[in-house]
Design a protein around this ligand. Structure first.
Ligand SMILES: [Zn+2]
Length: 216
């Protein structure tokens, strides 16, 4: 009997896995009907295997959860980047609309009072709530020196007599369409040298690099 127990116990793992030949299976089952201690060992083997498969299941769940977390993080970062891009785009276009609804009208040095008044009246004809500001050659030069900061010495040779800048009228309208209309109305009037509008500027370029000053 003891000898048979040893043989059966060797076979119990394979029996539990269901991989025994019919003959061996019969041998084990016949022995189990008569031997209590071998039945107990089989019980233990089965319990062990159940635990192992539970642990495997838990590991698998952990693995899936980890993977989901990684996916969520990637999704979160994508959404964040998208929102930042949209925000940047909005900032760029707000700034563009602001700048595109302004213009500068550069004036000839020898412009007469009548020519100047005619230009102003023409602008007000388009829309009488438009903001206008006259900037003299002198303050234009001062402003440019300010903007240049440390590089202001580039302008050292320029004084009142040889000021390289034009006097101009700064215009601020509500929309870029209004600016377009004013530009068309006044561009060939006497006393006007040139007009600067920003409609054709690249919005991103304007936002990132700003605008440069108008020099003769
Ligand atoms: Zn036995």
């Amino acid at each position: 009997m003891k000898n048979e127990c040893a043989i059966v116990r060797d076979l119990l793992f394979s029996y539990s896995d269901g991989v025994l030949s019919m003959t061996s299976k019969k041998l084990v089952e016949e022995h189990l009907t008569t031997c209590e201690s071998c039945r107990k060992i089989l019980e233990e083997i089965k319990q062990d295997e159940e635990k192992k498969s539970q642990i495997k299941e838990i590991d698998y769940l952990k693995f899936v959860k980890k993977k989901m977390n990684k996916k969520n993080v990637a999704l979160f970062i994508s959404i964040l980047i998208l929102l930042l891009l949209i925000l940047f785009h909005i900032l760029v276009y707000n700034r563009y609309n602001e700048i595109a609804s302004t213009m500068d009208i550069y004036l000839q040095d020898d412009i007469t009072k009548e020519e100047y008044e005619a230009i102003k009246n023409k602008i007000l004809e388009q829309n009488n709530s438009i903001e206008m500001k006259y900037v003299s050659k002198e303050s234009s030069l001062e402003k440019l020196k300010e903007n240049l900061g440390e590089r202001a010495n580039l302008l050292d040779g320029y004084q009142e007599q040889n000021n390289p800048l034009y006097a101009f009228i700064e215009i601020k309208a509500d929309t870029s369409t209004e600016i377009q209309a004013i530009a068309e109305a006044i561009q060939s009037m006497p006393g006007v040298v040139s007009i600067r509008t920003y409609q054709n500027y690249n919005p991103y370029g304007l936002f990132l690099f700003g605008i440069t000053d108008h020099i003769k």
